[in-house]
Design a protein around this ligand. Sequence first.
Ligand SMILES: [Zn+2]
Ligand SMILES: [Zn+2]
Ligand SMILES: [Zn+2]
Length: 322
Amino acid sequence: MSQLRLNPLTGRWVTVSVDRLARPDEFLRERQPVETGPTRPCPLCPGHEEATAPSLEADGRAGEWSARVVPNRYPAFDGSEPMAVRNLGPVFTEAPASGIHEILVYRRRHDGGWADLDDGEAGQVMTALRDRFEDHARITAVRYTQAIVNHGKEAGASLAHPHGQLLGVPFVPGEVAEEEAGFRRFDGSCLLCTMAEAERDAGERVVHDGDGVLVVCPYWSGAPFEMLVVPDTHEPHLASADEDALAGAGRALRTVLRRLRDGVGDVAHNLVFHTLPHRHQDPFHWHVHVLPRVQSIGGFEQGTGVPINIVAPERAAARLSG
Ligand SMILES: [Zn+2]
Ligand SMILES: [Zn+2]
Ligand SMILES: [Zn+2]
């Protein structure tokens, strides 16, 4: 069971596990990738669907899926009650961590990653994501849905089988609220439409331009080989993206992740899907961040939120543009 607690220094919410039954070292063990073998089959592999709750979303018939979404057995967010904030004192503010926590099994095979999907699979994964976003948007208590993929232990992957997660949360996370503020602050039409045009003109940070999507190492990259995937079609909500934009984004991700692996190595990375929060009407343009973990985060970055990037995006793009 989890609880939200407000950090009044930052104004940001923290999710705290308050399950008294779990010992701290059990939690640590759970963070390690689960070993699988003949006696302990992988619960996400085809043929072991009964190990997880029934699929919420799957293409193809049972056992023939290429992507499916199942509820997380250890949800960080759970329940449908609206966010009821309680003040237990001048600095103790909490709320139930209600919401949804799901696993997105985006690949049938136990090995590889998004870089190994074929065109059809890359599109089907994105359609499955879109469908889940639509469902989450119908639940009043869910104000924002964060989709992520953690690839590799250093990026936080807890199971070897390629998978991602969908977290429907009862508030708008600070990072997303800051991006919304950035779009509002921008003096022009759309911040990311303008960025795409400017990066195409500049040329030197473009990694991939095709599939109705532009992928760049952004000018403001905070980490080596960081990439931003921006669909050509302006659309604030991922849930409202058309079939072509979704399939294109899935394929473009596959292409640039393959280049990352070929050019830099099989580095751990996170994919972060950002969309306008459910039912918001503000300016936004949905996009995907590719965040490789080639450099560890030190005290300065932790303490200031100011990254020090040791590989300029121009050099990173030259290496990744193939
Ligand atoms: Zn597996
Ligand atoms: Zn736009
Ligand atoms: Zn973003």
